[in-house]
Design a protein around this ligand. Structure first.
Ligand code: E4P
Length: 223
């Protein structure tokens, strides 16, 4: 299962790569706007932190076919040729996915809220499908079920597109998707930390340390 970091914050990326096994970084225009930095130089600094084994996802901003194609080329030519280009699933987006994927671009179809949108994007050559779990849950939908349906459709039609579930707001959503075998998840640094941290584990570690210190002259490691 792939774990991608949903951020454009350099410190968060460095910290998470240091501590965890991260398969890449996903961004979108809102995430990048939050950093308030010049787009191309900032993305180049992020690309430098991502080695060949990891993937960086950068989203187009234009919404019409010609604009999307131009944005995609700019992203690859001016930032890094290894980037996967995120394109929202709209009519214009699908048209762009079709031509860009034929020309060897790695496409991530994003902002997916129905399984049929995912299927259409897979058919247009998208390598990754990014369903928005929390945004679907928020409108009384079932984000987990959306992900499961998309996984099933990829099996039904023998498509190789990977489902990378996104837009998580809690651990339960991630748990449900991973139980159903999702190919990958993209999550914020905070949520990644909460996936690992548990107060009961802290209490156990504290007890181990105290017992050891009492028995071995206040030592806090093995001497
Ligand atoms: C995915 O690639 C998106 O960047 C992201 O997960 C969207 O999440 P949001 O609903 O928190 O904006």
């Amino acid at each position: 299962m792939k774990i991608l970091l949903d951020t454009a914050n350099i410190n968060e990326i460095k910290r998470c790569i240091d501590y965890y096994e991260i398969d890449g970084v996903t961004t979108n225009p809102s995430i990048i706007a939050k950093e308030g930095k010049a787009f191309i130089p900032h993305m180049k600094s992020i690309a430098k932190l991502i080695d060949d084994k990891r993937t960086l996802f950068v989203q187009v901003v234009a919404t019409d076919y010609e604009g999307i194609i131009e944005d995609a080329k700019k992203i690859l030519n001016e930032i890094d040729s290894n980037i996967s280009v995120k394109i929202p699933v709209t009519k214009e987006g699908l048209k762009a996915m079709k031509s860009l994927s034929k020309n060897g671009f790695n496409i991530a179809a994003t902002a997916i809220v129905t399984s049929q949108q995912g299927l259409m994007a897979a058919k247009c050559g998208a390598k990754y499908l990014i369903p928005y779990v929390n945004r679907v849950d928020n409108i009384l939908g079932d984000g987990t079920n959306l992900v499961s349906e998309m996984m099933q459709m990829m099996i039904n039609y023998n498509y190789n597109s990977e489902v990378i579930a996104a837009s998580f707001k809690n651990i339960q959503q991630i748990h449900n998707c991973t139980l159903n075998g999702v190919h990958g998840v993209t999550i914020s640094a905070d949520l990644l930390d909460s996936l690992v941290h548990h107060s009961l584990t802290d209490t156990s570690v504290e007890q181990f340390t105290n017992d050891w210190m009492n028995a071995y002259d206040n030592q806090t490691s093995i001497r």
